[in-house]
Design a protein around this ligand. Structure first.
Ligand code: TYD
Ligand code: MG
Length: 454
């Protein structure tokens, strides 16, 4: 009997029995490709309850020691990992090509090797000479990292089996191919097979495996999202190529908090950690200007101050533009609507641009009030006082909701030389000495306070 063909969407990983021009699941065009079917084994018989061995079941109360963690000494990396590297775990590091994944992982490999972990770095993209040259430039040539260039998964697993390292770095999962899978490297089934093979190897042998994955334009790991489900930890390396800041963000972590960020700076000697990101994000701020507002945010477990910049100008188009960098466009539309409906301040006929300075991406709702302040300041062409930070969530009624960790935000603001904050009325937590706080109940009151009623 001929095997039936299967078709897979290379954007979202959904499978179909026939080809079509557009994926029904994610809506992408021209992403459906034919794949060799995965072996499903004999399908007619059920597994039955006789032939397996029965499992040892245990109580939830069984005492489990916390996993032993190894720290690299790169504080920003260790925090994003949840406090260090855990044995028997698989980590995916995703990011745009050229953003610095190979650089940061070579640096991490060297540091982990220096702390005593047996470390293997396998490159499927670059020749050994290239990796060695990079190591030389980074001053890491002496680190006891074992290097190989290979793309054949079988050879890699054989090597790892023989070497038994504590940490293996695979750069990148898209270049690996298994000879058991009948399709080209980089295809959905190959990436899936490679990720599966390497994560199960990590669990079986108790080693840590770091997989590098490239990201497509749409911001997903090229090929299947299924890789994200297979691994324990997913880190994304973000940043604008034109900026020197790079942000390592944990979007999933089975061994620590998700949404933690580590901030790095790309220098001539590789990536250097930035231990005080607020100072970095505010470093380019000049004199107070209309449209600029400092938001006191929380990223993961740490407060971070960042400048929001808005520009509001009469539009030459029939349809005014709404352009956002570093924040959610839907959320901006919502705030514009609330300003119009609850405060009578329309933005019709005006183009609106919003930018988060420094290339950071913010997802906290607490940025709402800072965004509203930036929009109003730009619209009225009136700068806010230079010593003020703003935060708070705006609801559709125009009421303001307190943000978590008010105290930490205020402390960070004071540390960076600010002396005043505008916050929602019901915010709890104590206020640092010498720091002034204005509490406002709703958006209309905020507008009145800041820009004079009307
Ligand atoms: P790389 O780590 O190769 O990116 P990826 O593996 O994510 O594709 O980073 C390449 C970029 O980093 C390249 O454009 C040059 C820059 N870079 C520096 O600025 N300084 C350095 O010390 C190194 C090693 C790279
Ligand atoms: Mg690379």
């Amino acid at each position: 009997m001929a095997k039936s063909k299967i078709f897979t969407c290379s954007a979202c990983g959904s499978t179909f029995s026939k080809w079509s021009g557009r994926c029904e699941v994610c809506g992408e065009w021209n992403t459906i490709v034919e794949e060799a079917p995965l072996s499903t084994g004999p399908s007619s018989k059920s597994l039955g309850g006789k032939r397996g061995t029965s499992l040892q079941l245990s109580d939830l109360a069984t005492v489990e020691a916390p996993p032993s963690r190894t720290t690299s000494g790169i504080g920003e990396l260790d925090r994003v990992l949840g406090g260090g590297l855990v044995p028997a775990s698989a980590i995916l590091v995703g990011g745009d090509p050229g953003i610095g994944k190979s650089t940061v992982l070579l640096q991490a490999a060297a540091r982990f090797a220096q702390t005593g972990l047996k470390t293997v770095y396998i490159s499927g993209e670059e020749a050994s000479a290239q990796v060695r040259m990079r190591a030389q430039r980074l001053g890491l040539s002496d680190a006891p990292v074992k290097l190989a260039t290979e793309t054949n998964l079988r050879d890699i697993v054989t090597t790892l089996e023989a070497e038994r390292p504590d940490l293996a770095i695979i750069d990148s999962v898209q270049t690996m191919w298994a000879d058991t899978v009948d399709s080209a490297p980089g295809s959905v089934s190959q990436v899936r097979a490679a990720a599966h093979e390497l994560t199960t190897f990590a669990k079986r042998r108790g080693i840590s495996v770091i997989l590098v994955g490239h990201v497509t334009k749409e911001g997903q790991i090229a090929g299947p999202r299924v890789v994200e489900h297979m691994v324990d930890t997913v880190l994304y390396f973000e940043g604008e190529r034109g900026h020197q800041f790079r942000i390592l963000r944990s979007v999933k972590n089975r061994f620590g908090p998700a949404d933690e960020i580590g901030v790095f700076e790309m220098t001539g000697r590789g990536l250097e950690e930035v231990t005080n990101p607020s100072a970095l994000f505010l470093s380019e701020r000049g004199q107070p200007s209309a449209g600029s507002v400092v938001f006191a945010g929380i990223e993961g477990t740490r407060p971070v101050l960042v400048e929001l910049q808005a520009l509001v100008a009469p539009t030459p188009h029939a349809q005014p533009r709404r352009t956002v960098v570093g924040w959610d466009g839907g959320r901006l539309a919502m705030i514009l609507a609330v300003l119009e409906a609850r405060c009578g301040i329309p933005f019709t006929g005006l183009d609106v641009y919003l930018n988060v300075a420094g290339g950071l991406k913010i997802s906290e709702p607490a940025a709402d009030l800072a965004v509203a302040a930036a929009l109003l300041s730009a619209r009225e062409d009136a700068a806010l006082p230079a010593d003020t930070v703003v935060f708070g969530e705006i609801s559709l009624s125009g009421a303001l909701r307190p943000a978590p960790q008010t105290e930490n935000r205020l402390k960070e603001a004071q540390k960076l030389g600010f002396s005043h904050a505008t916050v929602p009325e019901r915010s709890s937590g104590s206020v640092p000495r010498g720091f002034a706080v204005s509490r406002v109940s709703d958006l209309a009151a905020f507008v009145g306070d800041m820009f004079g009623a009307g």
